[in-house]
Design a protein around this ligand. Structure first.
Ligand SMILES: Cc1cc2nc3c(=O)[nH]c(=O)nc-3n(C[C@H](O)[C@H](O)[C@H](O)COP(=O)(O)OP(=O)(O)OC[C@H]3O[C@@H](n4cnc5c(N)ncnc54)[C@H](O)[C@@H]3O)c2cc1C
Length: 462
């Protein structure tokens, strides 16, 4: 037995993704042994490509990393709570302007090594096909993600009933860097914000973390007409219209109106072409996807168009005429429970104290949010075996607001959410929006530090 802990100090976690690994790390940091059950490579999912833990299945971006942005605040809170995901993401970041993007391979390899080498963590490679009956498996965290295996999904559905829902997301294509026509694109981060020159607002040709494909009105109209008439892959009838609003396929956006893309993923604002000193009519942004810089993904270009159609339509983007696609966009299933019906703010289920859900399946959306829910679920499952009360950070924090949303939103129209300032109460009497955001972040971090230092348990480092 590692570190002389009693056998009773043990929890089980199903799913070695972002949420499951973070939960395991947090519990182990509290001196609790963890058995982490991960089905890959014994059983594959439709989307994961490797046998690594915490694989990033789509974009390599963990989104904004500044405190004027809610996901930036959530990241900073997680860092202060000893998050493994944040430690490894910071260690393996690649240039991405004001966002935190990582080299996906190095990131998940580092996560796997950290988890597998922790003396209190055991990883077993097996599918758990149903919610276990064996009392020795509890406390239990289910963190099996949007692609939870079929048999376990069916069993979860049997436990939570009609509240177990499905919908579809779509993912962005990736192009080979050497096939991009560099003469037609320019480097810049929106508003000139770059890792290399964070304060610069005057981009030079070498500056900026994104490649931008500028479009004239004619280019845009041609592209729009092609998207509108392109053929999509089939989505099952019962899943139609269930896309997550924050991750709409480009063709779904395009069908909402000619200008929708130009005010969405193709917005040109803040992108000044250093060659002309002007802003284009529309722009497509490409973000570096690997540290080596050999792959770029199309930012916000998730799509369910047929692959042949994607190749045809995307080659109308200036700079991509001869692009080679490393991966096409696609549609995927997303499994999640109706959080407000099933969960408490502690990520425990309402029907069983020692059963938790965490990650995308718990009804949050996004890599960082999934890891954040795992962080609290892991701490609380560990608290239970230690005979302590599960705790939740204050609602004034991003991580606390997320827990509150998932457990208290309207269950009739429940939609998984990214963290936004919209689900956090702003401090009173601040009129300017930008000031309100920063004040919300400042208060959140103060409240989080106070909450964390008042914990009855103390964490140990591995
Ligand atoms: C195709 C796709 C693209 C996405 N793109 C993005 C994106 O670009 N940005 C973003 O922020 N979020 C994205 N998401 C949403 C979400 O953030 C990710 O899915 C994230 O990985 C969720 O983390 P998780 O830990 O909940 O699940 P996962 O990371 O999927 O981990 C769950 C793990 O559980 C395992 N598992 C499943 N069933 C069983 C079982 N019965 N027994 C044992 N193990 C099991 C799986 O193999 C997997 O390793 C995407 C989701 C999908 C499906």
């Amino acid at each position: 037995m590692a570190r002389g802990q009693p056998e009773a100090f043990m929890i089980h976690i199903i799913g070695g993704g972002l949420a499951g690994c973070e939960a395991a790390w947090q519990a182990a940091s509290l001196g609790v042994r963890v058995v982490l059950h991960e089905m890959r490579p014994v059983r594959a999912t439709a989307v994961h490509k490797t046998d690594q833990l915490a694989e990033l299945v789509c974009s390599n971006s963990l989104r904004g990393d500044k405190l004027d942005n809610a996901v930036g605040l959530l990241k900073e809170e997680m860092r202060r709570l000893g998050s493994l995901v944040m430690r490894m993401a910071d260690a393996h970041r690649v240039p991405a302007g004001a966002a935190l993007a990582v080299d996906r391979e190095l990131f998940s390899r580092a996560m796997t090594e950290a988890v597998q080498s922790h003396p209190l963590l055991t990883v077993t490679r097996e599918e758990v096909p149903r919610i276990p009956d064996d009392p020795a498996m509890y406390p239990l965290i289910i963190a099996t993600g949007p692609l939870t295996s079929e048999t376990l999904s069916a069993d979860i559905a049997a436990h939570v009933g009609a509240d177990h829902l499905y919908f579809y997301d779509a993912i962005s294509p990736i192009v080979l860097a050497e096939t991009i026509d560099m003469a037609k694109v320019f480097r810049a981060s929106r508003w000139g914000r770059s890792l290399s020159s964070p304060e610069s607002r005057v981009p030079s040709p070498e500056d900026g973390d994104y490649l931008n494909c500028p479009m004239t009105k004619d280019d845009y109209d041609r592209f729009y007409d092609a998207v509108i008439s392109a053929e999509s892959a089939t989505v099952h009838d019962f899943d139609k219209e269930k896309f997550f609003e924050g991750c709409l396929p480009i063709e779904v956006m395009a069908h909402r109106g000619r200008e929708t893309l130009r005010f969405g993923p193709m917005k040109p604002v803040g992108l000044i072409d250093p060659r002309t000193g002007r802003t284009a009519y529309a722009a497509v942004q490409l973000r570096q996807d690997t540290l080596a810089g050999d792959h770029f993904s199309l930012v916000g270009f998730q799509t369910q168009l047929k692959w042949g159609e994607q190749a045809r339509v995307l080659k109308l983007v200036p700079g991509l005429e001869n692009a080679e696609f490393v991966r096409f966009g696609m549609v995927h299933r997303n499994t999640y429970i109706n959080g407000p019906t099933v969960l408490r703010e502690t990520w425990q289920t309402k029907f069983r104290d020692d059963l938790f859900f965490a990650g995308q399946i718990s009804g949050v959306e996004g890599y960082v949010e999934s890891a954040a829910s795992g962080l609290i679920a892991g701490r609380n499952a560990a608290a239970l075996v230690r005979g302590e009360e599960p705790r939740v950070p204050p609602r004034t924090t991003a991580i606390g607001a997320l827990a509150y949303y998932v457990s208290h939103a309207d269950p009739r129209n429940y939609q998984p959410t990214n963290i936004t300032f919209g689900i956090m109460e702003p401090p009173p009497n601040i009129r300017k929006r930008a000031d309100r955001k920063l004040a919300t972040s400042t208060r959140a971090l103060e409240d989080l530090d106070r909450w964390n230092s008042s914990a009855s348990f103390s964490t140990t480092s591995a």
